[in-house]
Design a protein around this ligand. Structure first.
Ligand SMILES: [Zn+2]
Length: 337
């Protein structure tokens, strides 16, 4: 199967040399089934020249080429990007992922999810040899991915969709009449998506750097003990959002409380309700897996705080004070997530 990428996509890339490399790979593979061996050879031939020499060894780690191994190259380039903040390398990393996915139809399913914070989370767990239970099987055979997120927030998307029940337009929640509120939430989410992604990335970069600089310190991951302290230091806006619940929070109930706050199944359509319940149960069983959800939620509220600051004017201290605790998510269509 050749490489399925259209010209429009290639011309949308920020770095021409990456586009040219992908274009050459596509041309090269036009008439042959791309096996992992061929894919790896093409990656080395066309993408390696775009990778800084100190990271080129990442392309030579596998003895036998495999699709999982190629996905591993993508993930380890991600680590290199985090260290170097090299934007061209980021695009090379994406190119490797595209070669992994788009050399078959429908696109090859990733062994791991593709949201970048999940990639780093899984890499950090791998470094520390922490097992990750990343699949949940429902009774009807439907497979759930606890690291699948709505593109606009931290919630699980509706089945077969990219958006969650809060953000899908035309999907009013149970207590709403008509689709107006849902449409407003969707629009508001889209408006702030870029900023949201940036905020999540900012926290991620800081923590992954810390992880490396501390020689794989586990402190950045969700702890088993002293969760309240961890939250105040690393997810301060979520901590604030807990409001009165802060007093009751302890290491035993922290995950349930956070899920009540961020991933409550009340008022959802039946299928989404079931999925949220399954995901929440899974996260309660494996508390450390809540990390990607928390980094996305913290990023979302940071972004919201920033937007509020701007509404209040640019003078320092002129923004509206942060009132997250008094304002649970999704209360009103425009202010809600
Ligand atoms: Zn959402």
């Amino acid at each position: 199967m050749p490489l399925h990428l259209d010209d429009e996509f290639l011309s949308s890339l920020a770095y021409e040399e990456v586009a040219v490399a992908l274009w050459a790979i596509r041309l090269h593979a036009a008439d042959e089934a791309v096996t992992p061996t061929i894919a790896l050879r093409l990656i080395r031939q066309y993408l390696q020249p775009l990778i800084p020499p100190e990271h080129c060894h990442l392309l030579y780690k596998q003895r036998v080429a495999s699709w999982d191994g190629i996905w591993g190259i993508y993930a380890s380039l991600g680590f290199a990007v985090c260290e170097t903040r090299d934007h061209r390398l980021l695009e090379v990393m994406k190119a490797v992922q595209l070669i992994h996915a788009n050399t078959t139809l429908p696109p090859r399913e990733y062994t791991f999810p593709t949201v970048v914070e999940v990639t780093y989370f899984l890499s950090m767990c791998a470094q520390l040899q922490i097992p990750v239970q990343d699949r949940i099987c429902m009774e009807d055979g439907y497979r759930l991915d606890p690291f699948s997120f709505c593109t606009l927030c931290w919630r699980q998307p509706l089945p077969g969709r990219k958006l969650c029940a809060h953000h899908a337009p035309n999907a009013p929640l149970q207590d709403e009449v008509g689709a107006q509120a849902a449409a407003a939430r969707y629009k508001s989410g889209v408006r702030q998506k870029e900023r949201f992604d940036k905020e999540v990335n900012r926290i991620l970069t800081k923590e992954v750097t810390e992880f490396h600089e501390g020689l794989f310190t586990p402190a950045v991951l969700f702890p088993e003990q002293d969760i309240a302290i961890w939250l105040t230091e690393r997810r301060p806006l979520l901590w604030q959002l807990l409001g009165e619940w802060q007093q009751e929070l302890n290491d035993g109930n922290a995950v349930s409380m956070l899920l009540d706050l961020l991933h409550c199944s009340d008022g959802l359509p039946p299928k989404a309700y079931q999925i949220y319940r399954q995901i929440n149960r899974h996260l309660q069983r494996h508390p450390h897996l809540i990390w990607p959800m928390l980094i996305r939620a913290e990023g979302w509220y940071r972004c919201r705080e920033e937007v509020r600051g701007q509404w209040g004017g640019k003078r320092s201290g002129a923004g509206r004070p942060l009132q997250l605790a008094a304002e649970p998510p999704a209360t009103s269509p425009d202010a809600g997530p």
